[in-house]
Design a protein around this ligand. Structure first.
Ligand SMILES: [Zn+2]
Length: 170
């Protein structure tokens, strides 16, 4: 997989932009990645003001391997995310945090693969379903939906007798 490097030093005062395209291949090296497929545009902006360095990463695209919670079919999940970081120099290698990226004083490039990976995977919602209009258009399998609802009601009913027993004990 190519490294997505951005220039962070030897830059003039002001704004510096770079862009990358990310596709399925990007996620292959990350075994734990929940996102396996999709297409994304990554735009980076490095802002130099005196000794201050800031990095902004924008990612826009669509995750295409997630399954709908209702019908278990694949759905297209659009994402649009932004993260802002402060770049700080450090004498020794230090782990970056959510807000600060530590770089060595002689470091001119920053590989943002890990940041891209984390940003995209953290954007997955815990609950994902086809949206209302897709459901109405029949893209979301209603039969499966009804089955799930039926099953859910059945569980509720099965729980009820226990409450009856508890009531009798009172
Ligand atoms: Zn669905």
């Amino acid at each position: 997989m190519p490294k997505h490097n951005i220039r962070i030093a030897g830059l003039k005062e002001g704004e510096h932009r770079q862009g990358f395209e990310i596709k399925d291949k990007f996620f292959q090296v990350y075994e734990s990645s929940q996102v396996k497929a999709g297409s994304f545009k990554v735009n980076t902006l490095v802002v130099i003001r005196g000794i201050d360095r800031k990095l902004r990463i924008d990612i826009e695209g669509t995750i295409t391997n997630l399954l709908c919670d209702y019908c278990a079919r694949e759905l297209n999940w659009p994402i649009s995310i932004t993260s802002n970081f402060v770049i700080k120099e450090s004498e020794k290698e230090m782990d970056s945090t959510d807000e600060v990226i530590y770089v060595l004083s002689n470091q001119h490039q920053l590989n943002i693969n890990q940041l891209i990976f984390e940003m995209i995977n953290l954007s997955i919602p815990s609950k994902r379903t086809h949206n209302k209009s897709e459901q109405e258009e029949g893209k979301c399998d209603k039969e499966m939906l009804e089955l799930i609802e039926k099953y859910a009601t059945k569980i509720k009913q099965e729980v009820d007798p226990r409450w009856e027993v508890l009531d009798k004990l009172k």
